[in-house]
Design a protein around this ligand. Structure first.
Ligand code: SAM
Length: 404
């Protein structure tokens, strides 16, 4: 089946004007509209529940709650959990304004700085003056006693980091550019602009119809007493993008993580990039699907620019097995599981993620009901030069837990 009309909804930028979603457009996230299409397809009704084991910027959670569903999400990183939970907060505008008054450039400049986590990239990304200002600004946020308001101010502050120094998010990584550090005034103006957006949305807000919450957790070992009616999610794609690098500044200045802690986090993430490492999970029962073995054999004959790619792809599907097995345990009999996923291509060899997942799901005890083609994406310019334009599918894979 093909729903290319939904393809345009696999991008967070669709929501750049949508109240609350626009508070943070998460890299590689999808949009409210896509989640709502899936909610309708699954015939979910108010009062039912949804799980998202890779919640990222919280799109599933917010869309579910707006539609009267209750939702729980997990992400292995702290920053996406903050983003998700903050989008669900509805404090009064007058309360936001009360705290905003305490935030002036003058007051920030005389605040005790936040303790500097040991992060090498800081020296390259920021000059001393900017870093000092950012630490004082962060220190000022810690003065906020009310958790909801603290989260909102923290998110607006962390958003300013994108253009405060030389580091830029680029594809699935963080790169140092030649950009100049922004002035203190500019950083502060950015912050107030983000806060204005928040206030505008809160002014017109109505109470969320459902309850939703995000927690830090690993998709391969989610434990939940609750059984969910459905799962709507998007795992990291096996495309080497590393969220711990993309969101390194946010994890460090938001949650005081140092290089060592972030490295450990990197190792623990799903094996969708080459630096993630096999963890001690019991994958007994998993057998590498024949389609995957064929792709791996072809890849082994290629001169790949990183020899760890084969191991990564192999590990990715084992991690998806562990995730799907866990998800099966969290879902009610007859419940549907929708995963938005992309195929990959390395050195011209296609890795058909959606079709391989059908086999992996079966091993985990979930039957595939449908694979819906959402869009065809062009491959990287490097691949294009060498192997011509061979598009990679992005699909919605729908599994179902049997009634028996
Ligand atoms: C494609 S993003 C999800 C985007 C989300 N659908 C949205 O709209 O914002 C995938 C997320 O999976 C998270 N992740 C990676 N490994 C994980 C793991 N083992 N368990 C849980 N989350 C993980 C990443 O941190 C990332 O935020």
């Amino acid at each position: 089946m093909n729903r290319k009309d939904w393809g345009k909804f696999i991008s967070p930028s669709v929501d750049k004007q949508t109240p609350f979603y626009r508070w943070y457009l998460y890299k590689h996230g999808y949009s409210k509209r896509l989640v709502e299409q899936i909610i309708a397809k699954f015939k979910l009704k108010a009062g039912q529940s949804v799980l998202d084991p890779f919640c990222g910027g919280g799109t599933t959670l917010l869309a579910a709650a707006e539609n009267g569903l209750n939702a729980v999400g997990f992400d292995i990183m702290s920053f996406p959990v903050l983003v998700s939970n903050t989008k669900m907060l509805r404090p009064s505008v007058s309360n936001v304004e009360k705290y905003e008054k305490k935030f002036t450039l003058e007051k920030i400049r005389v605040t005790k700085p936040y303790s500097l986590p040991d992060i090498k990239i800081f020296e390259k990304a920021f000059n001393k003056k900017t870093l000092n200002f950012l630490l004082k600004f962060r220190g000022k946020i810690d003065d906020i006693k009310k958790p909801a308001l603290k989260n909102i101010f923290l998110l607006c502050y962390l958003k300013t980091l994108e253009k405060a120094g030389r580091a830029r998010k680029s594809g699935g990584f963080l790169r140092l550019t030649k950009a100049r550090n922004a002035s203190q005034k500019k950083i502060f103006t950015q912050f107030t602009k983000f806060l204005d957006e928040v206030k505008t949305d809160l002014k017109a807000a109505s109470k969320l119809k459902g309850k939703a919450q995000a927690k830090v957790g690993d998709s391969r070992k989610i434990s939940s007493k609750q059984k969910f009616d459905a799962v709507i999610s998007s795992p990291p794609y096996p495309n080497r993008h590393d969220y711990t690098r993309v969101y390194l500044l946010e994890e460090a200045l938001g949650f005081n993580k140092n290089d060592k802690e972030i490295k450990w986090l990197r190792y623990k993430t799903l094996r969708s990039h080459v630096e993630a490492k096999k963890q001690k999970f019991d994958a007994t029962g998993y057998v590498r699907p024949a389609k995957l073995t064929r792709a791996i054999k072809k890849l082994e004959k290629k001169d790949l620019n990183n020899p760890k790619i084969v191991e990564m792809i192999d590990g990715f599907f084992e991690d998806m097995y562990l995730t799907l097995k866990n998800v099966k345990g969290c879902v009610k009999a007859g419940g549907k599981v929708g995963f938005v996923i992309s195929n990959a291509r390395y050195a011209g060899v296609p890795v058909l993620t959606d079709e391989i997942l059908r086999d992996v799901g079966k091993q985990a005890g979930l039957a595939t009901k449908e694979i819906i083609l959402l869009r065809n994406r062009g491959n990287s310019s490097q691949q294009m030069k060498e192997y011509n334009r061979l598009p990679a599918r992005e699909s919605l894979v729908i599994f179902e837990k049997s009634l028996g």
